[in-house]
Ligand binder design. Sequence first.
Ligand code: HEM
Length: 510
Amino acid sequence: MPQLSLSWLGLGQVAAFPWLLLLLVGASWLLARFLAWTYAFYDNCRRLQYFPQPPKQKWFWGHQVLIIATEEGLKNLTQMSATYPQGFRIWLGPIFPFLVLCHPDIIRSITNASAAIAPKDDLSIRFLKPWLGEGILLSGSGKWSRHRRMLTPAFHFNILKPYIKIFNRSVNIMHDKWQHLASEGSSRLDMFEHISLMTLDSLQKCIFSFDSHCQERPSEYIATILELSALVEKRNQHILQHMDFLYYLSHDGRRFHRACRLVHDFTDAVIQEQRRTLPTQGIDDFLKDKTLDFIDVLLLSKDEDGKVLSDEDVRAEADTFMFAGHDTTASGLSWVLYNLARHPEYQEHCRQEDRDPKEIEWYDLAQLPFLTMCVKESLRLHPPVPYTSRHCIWDIVLPDGRVIPKDAHSLICIINIIGIHHNPTVLPFPSTPDPLKERSPLAFIPFSVGPRNCIRQAFAMAKMKVVLALTLLRFRFLLDHTEPRRKPELIMRAEGGLWLRVEPLNAGLQ
Ligand code: HEM
């Protein structure tokens, strides 16, 4: 092999060995990468300097405590929004910057951008991917826009109406349990636990037409969904679990893997069964007498070219609805009951609105204006999704001239929903509950805004109204002063339950 002489570099005979040359090239490549990274980091810091930064707690950890999804973390985030009402810059560790945006004018610039310009960031979705695949919650812009176009018209109000009966049935089961518990003398209930099961029960019926009786006896599938949600939450909070290769070697990682397989097998089996029974012709006659579940809707959806979704896509969308629909609605409902327990006068006002105590029907939903206001006010005070995140692949110019830099090194933009809702420059006295408060639509975004807002918000609102309308006619809710351990203010999930005292009302008994 001809030997290369690099004596002109002053390296003499040493460089003549090919492996030394290789080492030199490798080291130069690493140095070049390091310099490029350092320059990008410096450039980033320079461009972000126009956004104020709260003092760091610790040099190494940065502001990590501020963005942890705990009660404490959310309180910090809310307070910061009052101090920096337009938005601020924080760091996760020493090198990962976040822009937390707290004002509707600023947020509009990102949420109005197309999903291709301001896509979801990888960090927030990575841990859910093995479970939810490429469903619309997580997919990138190409697949997302095709699926969103296919699914939006597929869920119009006519499809929604028959689900009202399912909501009624699921809530009746929960109430029977409460009546039974009350007759045995226990009136203190963990609302979140009961409502969460009821929500999962009705979702499973709406999505799969499957009754697991999970409110009455343990269901493996439902327990697995709850386990998956808890594992993802736990992984988010433990930085050592962030690396895939470490995670999947750990006990939690193996549980997560097993749980994903179980949930996927369940969904696949339903898809196969429904594909088998769906006729290839005479579809209109078939649909006349059938309540379409979500799987039917997904199997029947076609894009502009007449193409249907693959089995894998149907599974991803169904699993996504199950995930995106249960915790959010359960949390939203629990908070409404908690807020109504704190304000008995509003609770009584809701009860006075006229409806049949036996069953809520579609047209009843329009007759509940005060209850609707209470639901919205509770979603404002305690949004079930407190923030979402994006990253920008084009420069985004804000109304005040500042720029969110494109593809900035690892920069994540937090759309601080809870911060907007509690921003005193947007709404005077934002933390005072008042269902009659005038809210600008841009200052009230529990379902997010822009192209990637919640696709099922009409479904979620209808469900919450049915559950509350029936529940308030049958039960009274009081704060549980015997629970000194905790006083929830913002979230409850990770912190264990929301205890209220429940009193059956004779007037509404079934
Ligand atoms: C009170 C109840 C609910 C709240 C507060 C809520 C809130 C949200 C928010 C804030 C987003 C945007 C997430 C992001 O930008 O990353 C979202 C997206 C989504 N939600 Fe909901 N949601 C609720 C109920 C539901 C239900 C019941 C379902 C389905 C059964 C659902 C399905 C989805 C899906 C599929 C997306 C992704 C939309 C997309 O990226 O195109 N949500 N939701």
